[in-house]
Write a protein that binds this ligand. Structure first.
Ligand code: GLN
Ligand code: ZN
Length: 759
């Protein structure tokens, strides 16, 4: 018989119950006991949802983050919170977010730990902190309680933990020491942990080492060998899991570590499965992740069964089946969606539906396809409907992509030549000042958008309300004496959703939430079909804004790579193909803006960096099509039209050449927090075009002083000639209040005047 299991289940709840409970707790609206009760009932519900599996995960539930849970389990708690209180959960929240409740004024002694992206997902984990004196101290109470809880409810379980080597790899040392020097100490604690778990009577333990799909130095490979040889004397059976990619050069290592079973991502690494079977010692089980845990598409069950049948024949009971990775990265339940078009909905599968698929596969293999005849035929109907749907495929759009020429991605002249023409036309002062696009989004603006969506407001009323807000933004910018204006983006609740809603091929869910960090979730739109732009999307707003001022009004668009990276995308064609379709659609918008008389157009690529593959060796192909897509979008304009792009991240050193290759006339980036140190890269790389290094940290309520801005820009001008520098904030101002924005921008303009005099 095949064993089915799951690596992890979304913990946020079908209707984000955990989010609302946490936020209430932080506002002192509920007690800790009440919060714990909500958590217990969510866990209960989630096990209930998974009960058809042979082994259910335990320990995957988290109040904030599973890596932070691991830090607390291992006793690796930053010294700065240790003496604040005896309350472990409150200390846990202090590490996660700087405070455990709103009553705690933020004192500079408890800064939250750093947060960063979990591999190539949009989930953020809390980075473990290490130094050479780090000591570990096991506290297994949380996990033991949950094991007892699940057993009491009668489930057959498999606790889930992060492996020691991945744990070290995820953390940062705060001194010059080598993290790996801590490995032996850490292994001693894991050995103790195993001893504790042995007493619970569980048979299997899932131990995640996703670093197996990354490029590992000899040192890290050796650490893995060392770790599992040291830990292998336990009587627990260890299921070592890797996911998100191929094992490649780590394949033999993964097969040979002394554990009892190996899980691999058979979606991303299907082509490695036969090699894994060859290398895997015959006493080990092989768990194949055959249901995609990273997207929302229904699995083609008959195709998967055809592929699995011979493997099953060969492996027999050694074959286990699971989703490719934890289901943390997909929404919970498709059944909640009441507004989705029925046909399109039939193509999707969220976490709960994915587990149904798994059960169908197992049943077909264990008992024959007849045992799930009806389910298989329903699945086939859905798969066929998607394959053949005219709503998915539009030959005209596919042809336009085929007809893309290199010239379409090239400006007519070099930057130098265009810059001359643009500068003459725009006649901007030295150190021109501008903003990144959005102005504060007040409660009233959100309400107007909501009322329009629910038809409480007519289109005309909505237009007038938005125009008033645009007018307000323009008036403020006039008063501030900025040089290049924006309309303020009041009509957009989200920079991807706003455009997605106006393009073909996109759908939106009501409850398709996925945890991003802590209590924060995102609801990625879904690209299901070929993408086209039926009509202009922004031209009317931008033109209206331009009528209100003589200053140049920047047209404001989201770029194709960001549209792609922040959506659930199609799995029936290459990402690059979808990206090029987006590029063509947004290119049309760029050209329409230009035609309507707009002379500066900004195309945001906030998420370009996030799309980088896990292995550096695969970066270049991604960058090639991503940059090509941007160029197709942006570069069809005349010389006199100035193209801006914006990226709200600062680590671009390793991709600076590709960024320069986008050939935007002006790029604005985040730099203020690092004192312009991030510009060091320009010592070696001669960035050819104009740059606006951010001088206002919009993630902080602090107002930058005139002096600090002058100082930052002076530092910047050591690296980039002053005639190519712009002055602007780090990012959009949407989350700030006017009370903060006005003085900050006023200081920015004052600084520009000082700098111009000095020039
Ligand atoms: N134009 C967008 C804004 O200002 C850019 C946002 C972003 O880069 N994340 O809000
Ligand atoms: Zn930004």
């Amino acid at each position: 018989m095949i064993t089915t299991h799951n690596l992890g289940f979304p913990r946020i709840g079908k209707k984000r119950e955990l989010k609302f409970a946490l936020e209430k707790y932080w506002k002192n609206g509920i007690t800790q006991n009440e919060l714990q009760d909500i958590a217990a009932s969510l866990r209960q519900e989630h096990w209930q949802n998974q009960k058809q599996l042979d082994l259910l995960p335990v320990g995957d539930f988290s109040f904030y983050d599973q890596v932070l849970d691991t830090s607390f389990m291992l006793g690796n708690i930053p010294a700065r919170v240790q003496n604040i209180s005896d309350d472990t959960l409150d200390n846990y929240f202090r590490v996660a977010r700087g405070r455990s409740s709103q009553n705690e004024t933020d004192c500079s002694c408890i800064h939250a730990s750093e947060m960063t992206k979990w591999f190539d997902t949009n989930y953020h984990y809390i980075v473990p902190e290490f130094d050479k004196n780090t000591r570990f101290n096991l506290d297994v109470s949380r996990l033991l309680e949950q094991i007892v809880e699940a057993k009491q409810q009668g489930y057959n379980i498999k606790p889930v933990i992060i492996g020691p080597v991945t744990y070290l790899w995820l953390g940062k040392t705060k001194d010059e020491s080598n993290k790996l020097d801590l490995l032996n100490k850490l292994l001693a604690v894991y050995a103790k942990l195993f001893k504790e778990l042995e007493t619970t009577g569980i048979e299997w333990l899932q131990i995640d080492e996703p670093i197996l799909v990354t490029e590992l130095s000899d040192e890290w490979q050796h650490a893995l060998r060392n770790a599992y040889h040291t830990l292998h004397s336990t009587s627990l059976k260890l299921l070592l899991t890797s996911y998100f990619g191929e094992l490649q050069e780590n394949l033999q290592l993964a097969c040979n570590l002394p554990v009892d079973g190996l899980h691999i991502d058979a979606i991303n690494a299907r082509n490695e499965v036969s090699r894994v079977i060859d290398w895997l010692p015959s006493h080990k089980i092989l768990s194949l992740g055959v249901i995609n845990g990273r997207n929302i598409w229904k699995t083609d069950l008959s195709e998967t069964l055809n592929w699995l049948a011979p493997l099953h024949e060969r492996l027999q009971t050694r074959l286990w089946l699971a989703p490719s990775c934890s289901l943390l990265h997909v929404p919970v339940d498709l059944e909640n969606e009441q507004k989705l078009d029925g046909e399109i909905k039939s193509w999707f599968s969220f976490a709960i539906q994915k587990l149904d698929e798994l059960a169908i596969l197992a049943s077909a293999l264990n008992k024959g396809e007849d045992s799930v005849k009806k389910q298989l035929s329903e699945n086939k109907t859905a798969i066929d409907s998607r394959k053949n749907s005219s709503r998915v495929h539009n030959q005209g759009i596919k042809n336009s992509v085929l007809e893309i020429t290199n010239e379409m991605g090239n400006r007519q002249s070099t930057y130098k030549e265009r810059a001359n023409i643009q500068h003459k036309k725009l006649d901007l002062p030295f150190f021109p000042t501008t903003t990144i696009g959005s102005f504060p989004q007040t409660g009233e603006i959100r309400q107007v958008r909501k009322d329009f969506k629910t038809a409480t407001l007519t289109e005309e009323q909505y237009r007038i309300a938005m125009q008033n807000e645009i007018k307000h933004c323009v008036t403020e910018q006039e008063a501030l004496e900025l040089d290049v204006f924006v309309h303020g983006e009041p009509e957009r609740n989200d920079m991807v959703e706003y455009f997605g809603e106006q393009l073909t091929g996109y759908v939106f869910t009501q409850f398709g939430w996925v945890q991003s960090y802590g209590s924060r979730c995102v609801k990625p739109p879904i690209i299901y079909g070929d993408i086209a732009r039926p009509k202009p999307m922004t031209v009317e707003w931008i033109n209206y804004a331009q009528t209100l001022t003589d200053k140049p009004m920047k047209g404001m668009l989201t770029g194709p790579v960001t549209m792609l990276n922040w959506s659930f995308v199609r799995d029936d064609q290459e990402r690059s193909e979808t990206c090029l379709q987006l590029a063509l659609a947004i290119r049309d918008e760029v050209l329409d803006l230009e035609k309507s008389g707009i002379s500066i157009i900004q195309i945001d690529e906030a998420a370009l960096r996030e799309g980088l593959p896990l292995r550096k060796s695969q970066w270049q192909p991604y960058l090639d099509w991503a940059i090509k897509s941007f160029r197709i979008t942006a570069n069809g304009v005349k010389d006199e039209t100035q193209i801006h792009t914006h990226m709200c991240y600062s680590e671009f050193n390793d991709i600076i050449a590709s960024i320069a290759d986008m050939d935007a006339d002006v790029i604005t980036i985040e730099t203020s927090r690092s004192d312009m140190e991030l510009l060091d890269v320009f010592d070696e790389f001669h960035y050819p075009n104009e740059i606006g290094p951010g001088v206002y940290d919009i993630h902080s309520p602090n107002i930058p002083s005139i002096d600090s801005i002058v100082e930052l820009m002076t530092k910047a001008s050591l690296r980039i000639p002053a005639e190519r520098l712009w002055i602007n904030p780090d990012c959009g101002l949407k989350t700030r209040s006017w009370d903060e924005v006005k003085p900050a921008l006023s200081n920015m303009v004052a600084a520009s005047k000082i700098l111009r005099k000095e020039k």
